[in-house]
Design a binder for this molecule. Structure first.
Ligand code: AMP
Length: 372
C-alpha cells in the first residue's frame, strides 16, 4: 500500500484500505454472487458514479449470463450526507419478475438503497439484492437487507476506488480516510544530556505518539553501515551537526513511514532555524503543525556530569570524551538555542525544569501537554 498522505482540494487523507484488501473483498462478494445467482440471469444495476470500479470488477468475475445497467441517484455532497435523495435516472430495462443486484460502492445511512428498493418494488421487482463494497454498520438506519458486503468500516469519510471528495479521488486504487487535524506534534528540546530520550520514551506511551530521535536514526544507520550512517558518523564523532539537507530528508522520510500517527515527538530535531522552517513547511503539506516546543532546562555542569556518566555504559563515542561533550553543548547554545525565540514568537515555547526525578519531570511535561 502506498503510505503517502494525499491532499484533495482543501483536505488531507491518509491511507486506510490497501488495494489488496479491496480485491480480496471483491472476490468474496463475487463468490457469493456466482454461487447464489448462476441460473437467475441477474440484472446488475450499478449506482453511479461511485460504484463504477467495483461494478466493473464484479461483472468481470460473474461467470454466468447476466445483464448490466447503470443508474444515477446522488445523495452525497461534500463530506456530510445531505439526506436529500435525487431522482433515479437511467433505468430503462423491464425489471418486473427479474433478479436484480444493486451494486453500490458504499452503504452509509442507507438513504440511497432505501429509495432504490422502493423504486424497484414499484416497478414490480421483488427479487432484489444489495451488494456493496463498503458498509458502515454504525451509520446504517434502514430496514433493507444488505446481502453482500465487501468490507465493513467505521463511520469515517473515505475516498478512492470510485469514491470521491467533491469530484476528486475516484481514480485512486486504494482507499484513504479523512485525516483528523488534531495531531499532537511536540518538539522535545534541550541541550544534550537534558533527558529528552528518557522522557520521550515515557511520553510516547502516555500520549500514543511516535517518537523520532534523529540521533537514534543516525546511530541505527551507523550500526548498519549504511551510506547515510557513514556520512553522519564523521560529523557525529566530532560533536558537529550533520548537514541540514541530509537530516531534513531523513526526518521527512521517518514521518512518512507513519501516516496514521496521532502525533510525533521530535527529539533532536529541529536543531537550527533552517530545520525548523523546513519542519513547519513539511507538516503544513500534511495539514498539521508543531503544537509546542517543550524544553528541558538543565545547567551545563550537570549536563557534562550526566553525559560522562552515561558514556560509561551507552557505548556512544560522543559521550566518552569531555571535549566532544562540551562541543555539543557549545553548538547547542551557538546554533540550536535560538529556536527558543523562534517558537516563543509563535507562543509555542514551554520551558520545564529538567532537574529532578524522572517521574517528577514527566509530570511537569504532562502538565504542559495536557493544556495543549
Ligand atoms: P543526539 O542523539 O540528539 O544527541 O544527536 C547525536 C548527534 O547526531 C548530534 O551531535 C549530531 O551530530 C547528529 N544529529 C542529530 N540530530 C541532528 C539534527 N537535527 N541536525 C544535525 N545533526 C543531528
Amino acid at each position: 500500500m502506498s503510505n503517502s498522505f494525499i491532499k484533495l482540494h482543501d483536505l488531507h487523507f491518509v491511507p486506510f484500505i490497501s488495494e489488496n484488501e479491496i480485491v480480496k473483498a471483491i472476490d468474496k462478494v463475487s463468490d457469493g454472487l456466482n454461487h447464489d445467482l448462476k441460473d437467475k440471469k441477474p440484472l446488475f444495476i450499478a449506482v453511479l458514479n461511485g460504484a463504477f470500479m467495483f461494478a466493473s470488477e464484479i461483472i468481470k468475475r460473474f461467470d454466468y449470463e447476466c445483464e448490466v445497467s447503470f443508474v444515477k441517484l446522488a445523495s452525497y455532497s461534500g463530506t456530510e450526507t445531505t439526506h436529500e435523495v435525487k431522482e433515479l435516472v437511467g433505468l430503462d430495462q423491464e425489471i418486473s419478475g427479474r433478479t436484480v443486484v444493486i451494486l453500490e460502492d458504499i452503504v452509509d445511512t442507507g438513504n440511497t438503497v432505501e429509495v432504490l428498493a422502493k423504486m424497484l418494488e414499484e416497478k414490480g421487482c421483488s427479487d432484489y439484492k444489495i451488494a456493496t463494497l463498503f458498509y458502515k454498520p454504525e451509520a446504517y438506519t434502514k430496514e433493507v437487507a444488505i446481502t453482500y458486503t465487501g468490507i465493513e468500516i467505521e463511520n469515517r469519510f473515505i475516498v478512492g476506488y470510485g469514491l470521491d471528495y467533491n469530484g476528486l479521488g475516484r481514480n485512486l486504487t486504494q482507499v484513504y480516510q479523512l485525516k483528523s487535524n488534531n495531531m499532537t506534534n511536540l518538539v522535545l528540546f534541550g541541550p544534550p544530556g537534558a533527558g529528552k530520550g528518557t522522557q520521550a520514551e515515557v511520553l510516547k506511551q502516555k500520549y500514543d505518539l511516535v517518537h523520532i530521535s534523529t540521533g537514534d536514526v543516525f546511530r541505527y544507520n551507523i550500526k548498519n553501515a549504511t551510506e547515510l550512517g557513514t556520512l553522519a558518523k564523521s560529523y557525529m564523532d566530532k560533536g558537529q551537526l550533520v548537514p541540514d539537507e541530509v537530516t531534513i530528508n531523513m526526518l521527512n522520510a521517518e514521518v512518512d513511514k507513519k501516516p496514521n500517527a496521532k502525533g510525533f515527538i521530535f527529539d533532536g530535531f529541529p536543531r537550527n532555524e533552517a530545520q525548523a522552517d523546513s519542519l513547519a513547511k513539511f507538516l503544513e503539506t500534511k495539514g498539521t503543525e508543531v503544537r509546542a516546543m517543550v524544553a528541558l532546562e538543565v545547567d551545563d555542569e550537570v549536563l557534562v556530569q550526566r553525559l560522562l556518566e552515561r558514556g560509561k555504559t551507552s557505548g556512544r563515542p560522543d559521550d566518552a570524551d569531555e571535549g566532544v561533550i562540551r562541543n555539543r553543548i557549545k553548538i547547542y547554545y551557538d546554533e540550536t538555542a535560538i529556536l527558543k525565540d523562534y517558537y516563543q514568537k509563535q507562543d509555542k515555547y514551554f520551558g520545564i525544569d529538567g532537574v529532578g526525578g524522572v517521574d517528577e519531570i514527566t509530570q511537569r511535561l504532562s502538565n504542559v501537554i495536557d493544556t495543549l
